[in-house]
Design a protein around this ligand. Structure first.
Ligand SMILES: C[S@@+](CC[C@H](N)C(=O)[O-])C[C@H]1O[C@@H](n2cnc3c(N)ncnc32)[C@H](O)[C@@H]1O
Length: 158
């Protein structure tokens, strides 16, 4: 039993796979808000979780942190667009202000700096982990970037 409810923000929420995993793991959580540009993805997200209340702040480039309410956030989680870093794409890259879709990652920074969450998890394509080795019916390598605020912390991947 969890004694706390994790307060989370989902960036580039898509259909909310991170939220699904929290549910599967029985981790009590509340999504404070999410951002997703695509209206069809949002529709799926809302139907999957029967959640028509949580605000979708939409386009991450347009989020003004001055309009956000300061509160303690445990986890910011997101999988930013992968087209420009995927091995099967044109590899236009991820440089800040380059205008590529993958460079949208940099817009996460303003949100991270504003909330200073305890944890951040970013997920994307890569050459490190393969989803098929973790019970997912998808042969696809993923990278997970896990960040923790302040404390010394040793991570042992299960
Ligand atoms: C790699 S997918 C994320 C998948 C997600 N983790 C899931 O579980 O479905 C990237 C998502 O970013 C969204 N996106 C693209 N540009 C965006 C923007 N400017 N602001 C917010 N979301 C955006 C896309 O519509 C897409 O759903």
């Amino acid at each position: 039993m969890w004694l706390i409810t994790l307060k989370i923000i989902e960036l580039f929420a898509g259909i909310g796979a991170p939220r699904w995993v929290l549910q599967l793991a029985n981790i009590d959580h509340k999504v404070v808000w999410f951002c997703e540009l695509d209206k069809y993805a949002e529709k799926s997200y809302r139907e999957i979780y029967n959640d028509y209340e949580t605000p979708n702040l939409g386009d991450i480039t347009k989020i003004d942190v001055n309009n956000l309410q300061k509160e303690e956030i445990d986890l910011i989680i997101g999988g930013w667009p992968c087209q420009d870093i995927s091995l099967v794409g044109k590899r236009k890259g991820i440089d800040k202000d380059s205008g590529t879709r993958s460079s949208l990652l940099w817009y996460s920074l303003k949100i991270i700096e504003f909330y200073k969450p305890k944890w951040i998890i970013n997920e994307n394509v890569g050459n490190v982990l393969n989803a098929k080795d973790y019970g997912i019916p998808q042969k696809r390598k993923r990278v997970f970037i896990i960040s923790k605020l302040n404390e010394n912390w040793m991570w042992k991947f299960p």
